[in-house]
Ligand binder design. Structure first.
Ligand code: FES
Ligand code: FES
Length: 193
């Protein structure tokens, strides 16, 4: 390419580069959209940025701070809640994508104030130290049993492996889940859910 050709073409590249830079700084439309969420049996009508996670919605918009933010990247399990009875990571879930009922740890307590059997079992087995991971552990533990993945200690450990505990209360957590599983297997006992 001759020098004159470069001189002609180069400004075009510069213009394109400048246009690209302009594009990259264009404002993203973050306008809020209406969202309906049912949480712990209560319907909520909210207006949220479409990118808001379920975790932030629960904690920041609904004041349900029982669900914890650990990593915010899907790696620790602290944010586990139930959607339609299935455990999910609320930090990786957009609130706008949730259609089914959400249950958080606050929704486990019975109307008479009694703890859910899994909560009681965690207390009985001293299955926590700082307690930060505990709400997520409990939500996962309930689902673990309902999924049929609590047949042995090894299976419990495998299917609870997505819930990290920095305090290493793992043996006590397994014991707590085993107690609820055993109680459920007893003919005289009903319902962990
Ligand atoms: S906060 Fe969601 S997995 Fe860690
Ligand atoms: S009890 Fe402290 S992180 Fe699990």
């Amino acid at each position: 390419m001759s020098a004159s050709a470069v001189a002609v073409v180069a400004p075009n590249f510069a213009t394109a580069a400048a246009r690209g830079a302009e594009d990259s700084t264009e404002e993203v439309d973050t306008s809020a959209i209406p969202i309906k969420l049912e949480v712990n049996g209560v319907s909520h009508h909210l207006r949220l940025d479409v990118r808001t996670s379920l975790l932030d919605t629960l904690r920041e918009n609904l004041g349900l701070t029982g669900t914890k933010k650990g990593c915010d990247h899907g790696q620790c399990g602290a944010c586990t809640v139930h959607v339609d009875g299935r455990r999910i990571l609320s930090c990786l879930t957009l609130a706008a994508s949730v259609r089914e009922a959400v249950t958080t740890v606050e929704g486990l307590q019975r109307e008479d104030g009694a703890l859910h059997p899994m909560q009681q079992s965690f207390v009985d087995h001293d299955a926590l130290q700082c307690g930060y991971c505990t709400p997520g552990q409990i939500m996962s533990a309930i689902a673990c049993i309902h999924e049929g993945h609590a047949g042995s200690d090894a299976e419990i450990r495998e299917y609870m492996s997505g819930n990290l505990c920095r305090c290493a209360a793992y043996p006590n957590i397994v014991a707590a889940i085993r107690q609820v599983k055993t109680a459920l297997s007893s003919p005289s006992t009903k319902g962990a859910g």
